[in-house]
Design a protein around this ligand. Structure first.
Ligand SMILES: [Zn+2]
Length: 151
């Protein structure tokens, strides 16, 4: 999924734990749970996902800025803002580890990196292009549910 649903879901779950390490761990687990839901990715619209990295970067920047803006709005209203932030960080941690070319190769060559990246790729369910509206809907619905549940 995109960063926005991950950030918000991680923050919601994180604040529910009331504990920093647990918030981070639950954030990571929420990432894998959401990645298993069929969803549209920026690469869904590309013939060759590796050929148009500029498109992926542009979407990622807009997505992350939107997610952070919503977090900045929500966190002051959280029962435990710091813990919610750790949940949000845990929720994007798998993508930070997996998708940043700067350290992706290095992580792949560690004892934990290869199984971690393989699991991440395995659980990821990018929806076929012809169903892309459904893949957007699953993410919008995720954000809507989090916003409704936020206290
Ligand atoms: Zn992911």
């Amino acid at each position: 999924m995109l960063a926005t649903p991950h950030l918000l879901t991680g923050a919601l779950i994180g604040q529910a734990t009331g504990n920093y390490p647990l918030a981070f761990a639950c954030g990571v687990m929420s990432h894998f749970a959401l990645d298993g839901i069929p969803h549209t990715e920026p690469s869904t619209f590309l013939q060759d996902p590796h050929a148009c990295w500029k498109w992926n970067v542009r979407v990622a920047v807009v997505d992350v800025l939107l997610g952070l803006a919503l977090l900045c709005y929500l966190l002051p209203h959280a029962s435990h803002p710091g813990i919610a932030a750790w949940g949000a960080l845990g929720a994007v941690f798998p993508d930070l580890v997996s998708n940043i070319p700067l350290w992706q190769k290095r992580i792949w060559n560690t004892w934990w990196g290869r199984p971690f990246l393989k699991f991440h790729a395995w659980i990821h369910y990018s929806i076929p292009r012809r169903y892309w509206p459904l893949g957007i809907l699953t993410q919008v619905a995720t954000v809507a549910v989090v916003l409704c549940l936020w206290k």
